[in-house]
Design a protein around this ligand. Structure first.
Ligand code: UD1
Length: 344
């Protein structure tokens, strides 16, 4: 198959592209490199060996309709995996229009061009953020959904857009994947997460403390009603998550699929302190902590019900937090400054 991957140079995208190549697919990546590096593409190509020749890259912004049209006119895609989008919650509160423009307009243009070229198979990156602060856990796909910030609303709106699109034209096949908390890196330590600026998410921050780029981790809230007072999340190894996309693609060829939603998580909840301690064990580094107030908008405990994905996608996460931390540290210690070498 030939798969178009938007945002394929990013963290989850690059790991998914590698798994697709290793599975024998041809992959075309479009990415505007806004929060990603072309080095990731080069490294994926190297890791894929012989199969690296099946990967091509185009620096395209999805809102550039003529460029996207040209690409779709030049070759046929069996399906699209749509990762591209902005994802920093705090930034989305400061710059809502930038988020709506990038995430919503980008997606609308993509869907229009796909429809015009008869490619109606889509896998979309949604997020567990749509569960907000769930009334109970684990979160099932039937839970009510909502959003508390512009970033979350873009995920919510795109999900709704996809459901409407399918209702209007039943020849679409769409799988919405709600990711829980992706962490870790490819076992080679050659690709991994490389956020620009100060990391918003827990593990990239921990990683930067471990390599000496930051002094201490600020723990946002130690007064939650959890086992140790810190927030509990469902961390999932990025390679497991990438494999979930291959399972979703396979599912698209099932005639019964219309527009479906699946959680991709492990079903296990881990606290901030447990995660830090697992990382300390894996890295042999001490992570100094500063206890602080809760981060606005954060939920107490969020983890997935994984039954639906296991049953219908025949997919289940393989790795636990020790392996996630091992691989995160392997990547961090080999690439303390991510894809770019520090300027001396
Ligand atoms: C966050 C986003 C979510 C997004 C997801 C993408 C918020 C409110 N939510 O989820 O919308 O889909 O990332 O991966 O930003 N923590 C610290 N110190 C830190 C960073 C995090 O204590 O420096 C804690 C948080 O309070 C939380 C846990 O670590 O309990 C995980 O945080 P994070 O990695 O940011 O993920 P989420 O908040 O689950």
């Amino acid at each position: 198959m030939t798969i178009l991957v938007t945002g394929g140079a990013g963290y989850i995208g690059s790991h998914t592209v590698l798994q697709l190549l290793m599975g024998g697919d041809k992959v075309v990546v479009v990415d505007n490199l806004d929060n990603s590096s072309e080095t990731a593409i080069k490294r994926v190509q190297e890791l894929a060996g012989e199969r690296g020749k099946n990967l091509t890259f185009h620096k395209i912004d999805l809102r550039d309709k003529p460029a996207l049209e040209k690409l779709f006119a030049s070759q046929k895609f069996n399906a699209v995996i749509h990762f591209a989008g902005l994802k920093a919650v705090g930034e989305s509160v400061q710059k809502p229009l930038m988020y709506y423009d990038n995430n919503l307009v980008g997606t609308i243009v993509l869907l229009e061009v796909m429809a015009a070229h008869g490619c109606k198979n889509l896998v979309f990156s949604s997020s567990a953020t749509v569960y907000g602060w769930p009334k109970k856990v684990p979160c099932t796909e039937e839970f009510p959904i909502g959003a508390t910030n512009p970033y979350g609303r873009t995920k919510l709106f795109i999900e709704e857009m996809c459901r409407d699109l399918y209702q209007s034209d039943k020849t679409w096949k769409i799988i919405l994947l709600r990711y829980f908390n992706p962490v870790g890196a490819h076992q080679s330590g050659y690709i991994g997460e490389d956020p620009r600026g100060i990391p918003n998410n827990l593990m990239p921050f921990v990683q930067q403390v471990a390599v000496g780029r930051r002094n201490a981790l600020t723990v946002f809230g130690s007064d939650y009603g959890t086992k140790d007072g810190t927030g509990v999340r469902d961390y999932i190894h990025v390679v497991d998550l990438a494999d979930g996309h291959l399972a979703a693609l396979a599912k698209l060829s099932d005639p019964s699929v219309g527009c479906e939603v699946y959680n991709l998580g492990t079903g296990k909840g881990t606290s901030v302190l447990e995660m830090v301690s697992a990382f300390e064990k894996a890295s042999g580094k001490k992570i100094p902590l500063v206890m602080a107030a809760r981060r606005p908008g954060d939920a107490e405990t969020v983890y997935a019900e994984t039954d639906k994905a296991e049953r219908e996608l025949k997919w289940k996460a393989k790795y636990g937090v020790d392996e996630m931390c091992r691989d995160q540290w392997n990547w961090a210690s080999k690439n303390p400054y991510g894809y770019e070498a520090p300027t001396k």
